[in-house]
Design a protein around this ligand. Structure first.
Ligand code: NBX
Length: 830
């Protein structure tokens, strides 16, 4: 089945088989070999971390072999490929996920126990790869897993930041940021490809030259930086296919250095070399709005330019005619961050391949598709023209040309409606002239999508109404999903085993719709019993972690109530905290004899605030101040605890989510594009307390409103409530808890004043108007929890209804309706 020389290939495979066997003895030898020769420790004496490193390297060998096979197979079949461009990927740990997807977890666990090690303990040695902020970045990681599993010929492209998302350290209840130098002890998963490097140009001048009567634009750069590829294998589950996430790092370019040396300025030449590496040094930790920072723009262009060069090189290896390009290449823009790719493709096709503008534009319009994750216009990227013009002079010209042609065309379609023309223009005039990256992406992409039904509707009726009216056929919805491999199989092995037992198959791990089969057993007393046991085990793990992190002992009988996500005003962690104060106040004011009716709660909050986001940081401090008071009040004891989990990241999420009874998703309606945390909790049989926003609207459609706790204003009620503003009376309970905060009940009264002012002032996020409804939903959750059978049934039905929220469904949808790519499966059984 392989290569032009089939016999040779067969011999090679026989040999390879000999190298990498997966029986226990072979695995043990492999691990010891890596201890001795890779980690360079004696095979008779090594610690847990060294054992982890050796283990990781032995897994990596298997991944490398499969990715070679996959790439060779793709090359031979030459299918249309999809390239997923994203500035952020939140991969988390790789070890457990890899051995599970390779189907050799049990073999490794056995081999390690023979060597005197425990798989779980070694897995804990691994640090997270946190090359992203939040939802968008974790979504990219989930989607990579699905693309590999579903055998799509896909590549991920991004940036290899040396510092990932900052580590959150809490001191006296305040957030401090510390650098995440995740590469300190090496990264066993990546492979540096010293032969895969491309020059990336910056600054300089563009000159028009006349070449045999034809005008050509020649860009002479002022700086050249070399991009070096680092490949990270992404194994599919139940398939041999292993695709690649290629991340670029900045390295000094010899080309540039030679000039510097020639001028004799040796010291400056060395300093310049050093500067090149800055490009990929650090991830921007703000997931809110665009700041016109040059380094950020450099990062965007750097990874886009290297990726496009790589994609074109691969295309040319086997093709000579660019007419075929759209039949072989689909480029997915993950938000606007990579949208300079449009100008870059045009530059390469026009200036370097000499295709002529019209042909180049025709090609560009056939290959790009664009996903938007933002909800509000303020979140959209606008690049100051001055900045772009100095860093990328040729690209600015190209964007002006695209805009000129677009506006001319538009005038023909809609006439001289100047307001609309200026709204739709890619160039925004004003005190600082800017480029609207979303408009550029929409104009060039054949498909534009939102990430949930409500979000996609919002794009059509609000954010991009003008564009929707012009090109209704471009707009699609791709409801987000998460991978059940990471979020059930890896993170919740007990639940995984239970589901497989009751369904009588593991097939749901590749075909998640089979989970609906659990519905018929939702009321079965045996399943319920086992289901509760699984939850108990996971709560125990979480309780141990909580005690280790915060010193707080929590009762396993309490409801574990979790809100973990980035801290944002619109996500309303403040509403949660005010609700907790209210609960505390009620308990304190209750007759002692009544207290046995209270459902005990452990409230868990976790998440990072962007370093410059003052209000979010105050919310974290308030959480700690309230926790301090409640947790030290013996009078309340186990009836209420509040813990903040520091440094929430993917691996912490893997521990927290399976142990949650209830999870909260409190965004002000219309503000959360999707929300993917809710899907992970849902899969793990956790009940949701949520507003009707983003993904929860669709979750309700799947599991029914009876199986979760909904509250709050609906999307279309929000504008009116805001208009009513202060005329809307603050409910008494809300006013009372705010008074407690203002009066210094939890200390730091001056510091929290601005938080209280926001709620009692214009209350943009509607905490006041949603407060009563929130308390009612909380009361309903308490009532349900007091009835374990009912609760467990709802929990089973949550997992059973979570199939639609698998990234497998999302990716299949993109592949079929957006990218036009088909599975290309290496011919073997996994
Ligand atoms: O994307 C998030 C949305 O807020 C979620 O509702 C959605 O579920 C998720 C996946 O579609 N957006 C997000 O995470 N944005 C960022 O992380 C971000 C990062 C950098 C930046 C702007 C936004 N400049």
């Amino acid at each position: 089945t392989f290569g032009s020389d089939g016999a040779k290939a067969e011999r090679m495979f026989a040999l390879m088989d000999g190298f990498l066997k997966n029986d226990s003895i072979s695995l043990q030898k492999d691990i010891l070999r890596h201890v001795e020769y890779t980690v360079a420790r004696s095979r008779f004496s090594f610690d847990d971390f060294e054992a982890y490193q050796a283990l990781a390297h032995s897994v990596r060998d298997r991944l490398i072999e499969r990715s070679h096979d996959t790439q060779l197979y793709f090359k031979r079949k030459d299918p249309k490929r999809v390239y997923f461009l994203s500035l952020e990927f939140l991969m988390g740990r790789s070890l457990s996920n890899s051995v599970i997807n390779l189907g050799i977890r049990d073999q490794y666990a056995d081999a390690l126990s023979q060597l005197g090690f425990e798989f779980e303990v070694l897995a804990e040695q691994e640090g997270d790869a946190a090359l992203g902020n939040g939802g968008l970045a974790r979504l990219s990681a989930c989607q990579m897993d699905s693309m590999a599993t579903l055998d799509y010929p896909a590549w991920g492209y991004g940036l290899r930041y040396e510092y990932g998302l900052f580590r959150q350290v809490i001191l006296d209840g305040f957030q401090h940021e510390q650098p995440d130098f995740w590469l300190n002890f090496g990264n066993p998963w990546e492979t540096e490809r010293v032969h895969v490097t491309y020059p990336v140009k910056f600054y300089g001048v563009v000159e028009e030259e006349n070449l045999n009567g034809e005008k050509r634009n020649i860009w002479t750069p002022g700086e050249v930086v070399e991009a070096v590829a680092y490949d990270n294998p992404i194994p599919g589950y139940g398939t041999r296919n292993t695709i690649t996430l290629r991340l670029w790092a900045g390295k000094p370019s010899d080309q540039h250095d030679m000039e510097a040396y020639n001028t004799g300025d040796y010291i400056n030449a060395v300093v310049t070399r050093q500067k090149a590496e800055n490009i990929s040094s650090v991830l921007y930790p703000d997931d809110r709005s665009f700041q016109g920072k040059e380094l950020r723009l450099k990062q965007q262009y750097f990874f886009v330019s290297a990726s496009i060069q790589d994609i074109i090189r691969r295309f040319k290896d086997g093709h000579t005619n660019f007419d075929e390009f759209p039949e072989k290449v689909a480029l997915q823009l993950n938000d606007t961050h990579p949208s300079l790719a449009i100008a870059e493709v045009m530059r390469v096709l026009v200036d370097e391949e000499n295709l002529g503008w019209n042909k180049a534009w025709d090609i560009a319009c056939k290959i790009f598709s664009f996903t938007i994750h933002a909800v509000i216009a303020e979140g959209l990227e606008k690049i100051p023209v001055d900045l772009l013009g100095s860093l990328l002079p040729r690209h600015l010209q190209i964007i002006y040309d695209i805009n000129f042609k677009f506006v001319e065309e538009l005038k023909k379609r809609i006439g001289l409606d100047y307001n609309r023309l200026s709204r739709m223009s890619i160039v925004e005039e004003g005190s600082t002239k800017t480029i609207r990256m979303a408009n550029l992406a929409i104009v060039c992409s054949h498909t534009v999508n939102g990430v949930s039904n409500v979000h996609s509707e919002l794009l059509k009726t609000k954010l991009f109404k003008d564009f929707y009216e012009l090109w209704p056929e471009k707009f699609q919805c791709k409801t987000n999903g998460v991978t059940q491999r990471r979020w059930i199989v890896v993170s919740n092995p007990s639940l995984c085993a239970l589901i497989s037992k009751w369904l009588g198959t593991e097939a749901w791990i590749r075909d998640v719709d089979l989970l609906t089969g659990l519905r018929e057993y939702a009321a079965d007393a045996d399943l319920q019993q086992e289901w509760m046991m699984v939850k108990k085990v996971n709560k125990m793990r979480l309780a141990e972690y909580i005690e280790a992190m915060s010193g707080v002992k929590v009762s396993l009988d309490a409801m574990f109530d979790v809100q973990t996500k980035r801290i944002h005003e619109y996500k309303r962690q403040l509403l949660n905290i005010l609700g907790i104060i209210h609960r505390y106040d009620c308990i304190k004011n209750m007759e002692k004899s009544q207290r046995n009716k209270v459902v005990p709660r452990v409230c868990i909050i976790g998440g990072k605030a962007a370093p410059g986001y003052e209000i979010a940081k105050k919310i974290i401090k308030l959480c700690h101040a309230v926790a301090e008071k409640i947790n030290n009040d013996d009078d309340v004891g186990d009836l209420l605890k509040l813990v903040f989990i520091p440094d929430y990241n993917v691996s912490v999420a893997e521990l927290v989510i399976p142990g949650a009874d209830l999870s909260q998703h409190l965004s002000t309606a219309g503000h959360e594009a999707s929300g993917t945390g809710s899907m992970k909790f849902l899969m793990n049989g956790c009940l949701l307390l949520a507003t009707e926003d983003g993904s929860t609207v669709e979750i309700v459609e799947e599991i029914g409103a009876d199986n979760l706790f909904l509250f709050g204003a609906k999307i279309d009620e929000v504008p009116k409530l805001r208009e009513e503003g202060s005329a809307h009376k603050m409910p008494l309970q809300c006013a009372r808890v705010l008074r407690m905060v203002r009066d210094g009940h939890f200390g730091f009264k001056d510091y929290f004043e601005s938080l209280c002012d926001k709620v009692e002032g214009n209350d943009f996020y509607l905490l006041g108007s949603d407060f009563e409804s929130y308390l009612e939903a909380q009361a309903a959750a308490d009532k349900a929890f007091a009835d374990p059978q009912k609760w467990t049934q709802m929990s089973i039905l949550s997992t059973a209804g979570s199939g639609r929220f698998s990234s497998d469904r999302t990716i299949r949808d993109y592949a079929e309706k957006t990218w036009g790519v088909e599975p290309c499966r290496f011919p073997s059984d996994g």
